[in-house]
Design a protein around this ligand. Structure first.
Ligand SMILES: [Zn+2]
Ligand SMILES: [Zn+2]
Length: 338
């Protein structure tokens, strides 16, 4: 895939995602490194992101030494921009463990231990690195100490301010990760593990509620011709709904399929949109973003109808209007990558 330069972070992500989905992570990494080397970035500071993604891809490709080299480059780039390299360092430690360089890995990781009580994302990353080095006991020890320390900072009240919310998120992340590590080590449940399981149930319920909410919103669908027209007249809207027509169809199919799988029957209506109508709304919108306008347009169409029925029978014409059978068109898109 070739994208005209310069590239944004979104486009870098697309390169990485597509390479991973094609099962060609090493090729994706090479492509990302080439973007950096050729200076084809919208913002030169994104080199850190590109190199970090490339390192992840080489890790997936089992090229640990290559992944380490790119992680070092990403860390250098971060330091050059004056930002803290912490999370890339955790990843670096994991690579060192896997490369049987345990002493260096521990030297990298130990100074990062305070992250456990300051960043809710640290627990999983640090535990993963330690487990990669067969250091489950150390992970357990660090997480347990951090849970006690973090719990001491929890506010007394239920009325949480920003700091209180952060403290709560940190304790939750630690307790959940510690629970995983304890299972890994074959340890019996303790009271923190009970808490971890309650938190897991609550998180699942929240996810379900979010999915339900998303599924009750109407969604506007643009036919192939309308999508092309939209890309021409209001590229930002096509980008937001796509960025390609295939991605647009896949996105709608995926959400509806996810809802059906979860047994959520409040399926949102698919309504067919017109590019010209959307552009007219956009031209009259004062302070709205493109996404706001698309949202309002979907709402308006939802009231006006008609709706596109979903799902069609497997051998019937696809809902997207391609003329192909559903089973050969959008049905597989919910499984395939967009
Ligand atoms: Zn358990
Ligand atoms: Zn289709």
């Amino acid at each position: 895939m070739t994208i005209a330069s310069p590239l944004t972070v979104d486009q870098l992500e697309l390169i990485a995602e597509r390479a991973a989905e094609r099962g060609e992570p090493a090729a994706g990494a090479a492509e990302l490194v080439a973007v950096v080397d050729d200076g084809r970035l919208t913002d030169p500071q994104d080199a850190v992101v590109a190199l970090g993604m490339a390192a992840e891809l080489l890790f997936q490709a089992d090229d640990l030494a290559g992944s380490l080299a790119l992680t070092d480059r990403a860390l250098d780039a971060r330091r050059a921009h004056g930002s803290a390299p912490e999370f890339a360092q955790i990843f670096r430690a994991q690579l060192l463990f896997r490369l049987d360089r345990a002493d260096e890995a521990m030297a990298e990781l130990t100074p990062l231990r305070p992250l456990l009580t300051s960043d809710p994302d640290a627990a999983t990353e640090i535990a993963e690195a330690l487990l990669a080095g067969g250091r489950g006991e150390t992970a357990h020890e660090w997480l347990t100490a951090a849970v006690h320390e973090a719990r001491a900072t929890l506010p007394e009240t239920d009325d949480l301010d920003e700091a209180g919310e952060l403290a709560t998120a940190i304790v939750a992340a630690l307790v959940i990760e510690r629970h995983e590590v304890r299972h890994e080590l074959g340890l019996p449940h303790d009271s923190f593990d009970e808490m971890a399981e309650e938190l897991a149930v609550a998180a699942e319920e929240e996810q379900r509620a979010e999915l339900t909410a998303a599924l009750t919103e109407p969604v506007v669908f643009f036919s192939a011709a309308e999508f092309d027209r939209l890309a021409e007249r209001l590229p930002a809207a096509a980008e937001s709904c796509g960025p390609t027509w295939d991605a647009h169809r896949a996105d709608i199919e995926q959400v509806l399929a996810m809802g059906a799988e979860a047994g959520i029957t409040t399926a949102r209506g698919i309504v067919a949109g017109s590019a010209d109508e959307l552009v007219a709304l956009w031209e009259h919108a004062e302070d709205a973003t493109v996404d706001d306008v698309i949202y309002d347009y979907a709402d308006e169409l939802d009231g006006r109808g008609p709706h596109i029925a979903w799902p069609p029978a497997r051998n019937d014409a696809c809902w997207c209007g391609s003329g192909a059978k559903y089973k050969k068109c959008c049905l597989p898109r919910s499984r395939r990558a967009s």
